[in-house]
Design a protein around this ligand. Sequence first.
Ligand code: UDP
Ligand code: MG
Length: 195
Amino acid sequence: MSHFKEEKTFLMIKPDGVQKGLIGEIIKRIEQRDLKIVAIEMFQATPEQVSGHYPKDEVWISRLGDKTLSTYTKYNIDPIKELGTGNNLEIGKMVRAWLIDYMTSAPLVRMVVQGLHAVDMVRKIAGPTLPYLADMGTIRGDFSNDSPILGNIEKRAVMNLVHASETAEEAKHEIEFWFGQKGNIFDYKRFGVDR
Ligand code: UDP
Ligand code: MG
């Protein structure tokens, strides 16, 4: 049943991860969990690439807005006063534009990670989206502290060190998008994992 070990996901170290000198730490946490890096590269993204990476459908964009809105509700902040709107789609559109500035502000490191439950495992290692909610022991919880409350005031995206695919479908799309259909994905044996 080796195909279960071949599940792949897409992981990207964001500009703050690179600029905080966390490339090695992030790779270490992936490898120590018996996951295998099968492709890796540092590069500078263009705004067009970042826009192509993040979904453009209204459901996804509204969900971005919902993450801001749930934080505002929790801390009793009025979105209309802060952002001029309480509409999740409108807020999501603002966040999506800020994401493009963020993701093009310094080099990124893109990788493909392979292994048992790779998609869920890498999300677990990364931690949830908003660093203020991320538990210690996760990458986002151990090395970042940010919130839409501050990000929105500063007109920027929430900085949370890494991007990781959320589902197998997202992983497939993102791997093809960033590495091409026959991209440089390597096949090798990890001692203790593959044999
Ligand atoms: N983001 C933000 N404000 C929000 C929600 C998200 O700036 O209220 C940014 C954050 O950098 C996040 C990215 O948008 O990583 C993509 O959001 P998604 O919901 O897909 O989170 P992820 O999959 O990265 O955990
Ligand atoms: Mg996501």
